[in-house]
Design a protein around this ligand. Sequence first.
Ligand code: SP5
Ligand code: ZN
Length: 355
Amino acid sequence: MPFVTSARCHEHDPNGEVWVGLRTPGTERPERLDAIGDALRGADAPEVEAEAQPDDRALRAHTPELASYLREAWECWSSSGLREDPGQDRVVPYLFPHPGLLGGLPLRDSASVAANAGRHCYDTMTLIGPGTWEAARAALDVAITAADLAADRSGAAGAGAAYALCRPPGHHACPDAFGGSCYFNNAAAAAMAMRERLGGKVVVIDIDAHHGNGTQSIFYGDGEVMTGSIHVDPGSGWFPHYLGFASEIGSGAGEGANLNVPLAPGTDDQGWLAALGEVTSWAEGRGAKGLVVALGVDAAMEDPESPLGVSREGFERAGAELARLGLPTAFVQEGGYDLARIGDLVVSVLSGFEG
Ligand code: SP5
Ligand code: ZN
């Protein structure tokens, strides 16, 4: 299947992440794109350049406030002098105006650039630098182009499929907030594009090792985009900690349209594939016309960011299981941090899918 790229996705370099107050080396690095791209080229997958999308199509999962904050954050930080004094080369939040602080009073903009950095960012690990906006915006173009390709290639000959090679990842990005190395929600943008093109329900299946809390949040009250996620149990102490529990089933028109399958640390191929089977069976017969796969490969046993134990064969079988739905499918890259293996793992999922 074709894979969609944009050179601009390289431009984001978080240059580390602040965890428990310390700057540690980051794992969501530009080299991830080369590792996956090289493997896809080695497998002779055709490469397609992302098509620039208008803002109203690309940014509709998010508030205008989040979009303008991310567009301007680096420029504001640079002109504030914080790079020189105290010498912080990335946007790092300083204070989070959470509901307990405001006590019911309305949120206002702060005159401090450092304080404003906590207005939309919900953790200290998701840093903003000179190319962050360009790459995050380009990642939306890549994901939407893949969704369009998958929808447009579907017809009498069968269901089309395409893969979006994008970063930064997106599934932790919410309507008005970002974190977890994500800024904008690429898979949500793909799902909205697909719903529009196919004129019907779409299902997002998230196989990243972490719960897709942003995607869940965007579609929580929406019965037209169903969301299913298999991930390490947040109740066992894993990111995003506060979301991803089985009791979260959607609300209002979206009630019953969200499915979380949390997994114990150490879960291997057997348990992980059984959970995926639970999600695909749930999706079946619910009238979806299209599928978006939030494709993180950090559930791999060697990955430094998760305690799950999925093998290369497990990923290949996951691809085959997703193909069973027989739907136009856009794969959107999420996490996966073991540079030596992620290329092979992505190729395994896609070749499993293509049978
Ligand atoms: C897209 C994606 O996979 N995001 C994962 C974000 C989860 N990161 C949680 C990191 C928790 C702290 N890790 C300590 C390592 C310090 N470098
Ligand atoms: Zn992840």
